[in-house]
Ligand binder design. Structure first.
Ligand SMILES: [Zn+2]
Length: 318
């Protein structure tokens, strides 16, 4: 997700953890808290399908955007907890026990995706626990560079409809969606209208994509926030549609785009297609809070095991 600051509350305090600072020290108690979470469940660790790694220059621009652009939603501040050097960020994920993660990166204009993909391939090459990630944009040549990325070993794609400001059903993307569907490669797509809407966000364009590519392994980021129920409708209709938990159910998100309680049984029913995502490192609360936010839904240990590890492990053959 992108953006801003909760002026009012310190989310760390409300979750009982102590460090929401940008201290360079890995907060010991947080590492213990996260590890105890997955150990209690009898898991070998976590798989997080929604973490951001990108070229440092781009990462710093994104952080500058979070800091400076001003809130898209009134009153929000977004103090990034994990604003650290890349090597510290990967080291921390390992300490937390995140067995596999992604490098979500995305262009905001044409002509960038190929360059981002080259960086991501290099990053994956030197980061064995990162699932090799690639991205795309509706532009001439997209079919060719998506094919190249697949041939280079990309295991997951990222698309950001609001930042990219494009219709995901754009004719220019049809060949790419077809190839990705055929290859069974998941696409994490930020397509909901939260935290801010775009011209092409929401379930309707995604319904058009899926009508043409029903087998596309789309992972709807942020559970489709705030159009949660509309995206659950699509998931119940398309068996390859998945959703990630990124930032959903946290104190932060519940303040402005709460997940409707009445839809909880549907989450239970889709328990084999919900995947842990965090938005690390761009989050305004400690990593453990996302896990506790899932735990307090009271959907049970089997659901948590599937969501926090097994579903993604199966999907990516880990
Ligand atoms: Zn994100």
């Amino acid at each position: 997700m992108n953006d801003h600051r909760v002026a009012s509350a310190d989310p760390a305090r409300s979750t009982g953890t102590t460090s929401a600072t940008t201290s360079a020290d890995a907060p010991r108690e947080e590492v213990g808290e996260v590890r105890r979470f997955w150990q209690r469940l009898g898991l070998p660790g976590l798989v997080d399908v929604h973490t951001h790694f990108m070229p440092e220059r781009v990462q710093h621009k994104v952080w500058g955007y979070f800091d400076a652009q001003g809130p898209l939603i009134g009153g929000l501040e977004w103090p990034i907890v994990y604003r650290r050097q890349e090597a510290e960020r990967t080291a921390l994920l390992r300490e937390l026990g995140v067995r596999a993660f992604t490098a979500m990166l995305y262009p905001h204009k044409p002509g960038m995706a190929r360059w981002l993909n080259a960086w991501a391939a290099d990053f994956a090459g030197r980061t064995p626990d990162c699932l090799h990630t690639a991205t795309l944009h509706p532009e001439p040549g997209v079919g060719a560079y998506v094919r190249e990325a697949i041939e280079a070993g990309a295991r997951v794609f990222k698309a950001h409809v609001q930042v990219g400001a494009y219709d995901p059903a754009d004719e220019l993307l049809q060949e790419a969606w077809g190839m990705l569907a055929e290859a069974g490669i998941p696409v994490v797509m930020h397509c909901g209208s939260g935290p801010a809407p775009g011209e092409h966000t929401g379930p309707e364009p995604i319904a058009r994509v899926l009508a043409r590519h029903p087998g596309l392994r789309l992972i709807v980021a942020h559970l489709g926030m705030p159009e949660y129920e509309e995206f659950l409708d699509l998931a119940e209709r398309y068996g390859q549609l998945r959703l990630d938990t990124t930032m959903v159910f946290t104190d932060f998100t519940e303040k402005f785009m709460p997940f409707p309680r009445r839809a909880l049984p549907r989450l239970a029913g889709l328990g084999d297609r919900i995947l842990l995502g965090s938005d690390f490192p761009n989050i305004p609360y400690p990593y453990a809070h996302q896990l506790h936010a899932l735990e307090r839904l009271d959907l049970g240990p089997d659901w948590l095991r599937a969501v926090c590890h097994d579903n993604a492990a199966g999907l990516f053959g880990l």
